[in-house]
Design a protein around this ligand. Structure first.
Ligand code: THU
Length: 160
């Protein structure tokens, strides 16, 4: 028997202006995408921007549905869009921004479990980790180095 310890490290920026120029551009794109979210039920809007290795930035936002479970999160809209349009291009980075018309989202919102699993698929596929920048509407930005660090002991293609 042995005990193992898993560590997740993150970088916390005080606000968006502390980001590098390239990361700020990507987060601004996520904010731009967020503004077009279709979230009439939850009033919680999320925008996602994926930077690809061919310099394209692919956007996504949450798309809700009157039949609630039929809606989709921003991260999966973006990653499936990238996967379908650019199947062989690596993802270099993901930026996510969240806001609500009901409350000021002043802390970063992490991707839900299902989105983590969906995003991990592409990290495993491309054999290269991609960092994630998380932000609310205002306040701190958290940078996490990889999907796998957000989803330890995960299920992936190596089992199949
Ligand atoms: N949402 C996302 O778009 N991404 C997440 O990772 C968490 C939740 C959306 C889904 C739904 O439209 C709204 O936020 C409230 O849950």
């Amino acid at each position: 028997m042995k005990k193992i310890e898993l560590k997740t490290s993150a970088t916390v920026y005080n606000n968006i202006s502390e980001l590098s120029t390239a990361d700020k551009i990507l987060m601004d794109k996520a904010i731009e995408a967020r503004a077009k979210a279709y979230a009439p039920y939850s009033k919680f809007s999320v925008g996602a921007a994926l930077l690809l290795d061919n310099n394209e930035i692919v956007l996504g936002n949450n798309q809700e549905n009157a039949a609630y479970p039929s809606g989709m999160c921003a991260e999966r809209v973006a990653v499936w869009r990238a996967g379908s349009e650019y199947p062989n291009v690596k993802i270099l980075k993901l930026a996510i921004s969240a806001s609500s018309t009901l409350t000021k989202v002043d802390k970063p919102a992490g991707p839900c479990g299902a989105c983590r699993q969906a995003l991990l698929e592409y990290e495993v596929k491309q054999k290269q980790a991609f960092p994630i920048l998380l932000m609310g509407e205002v306040g701190e930005v958290i940078e996490i180095e990889s999907l796998v660090s957000l989803l330890p002991f995960s299920f992936d293609s190596s089992y199949l």
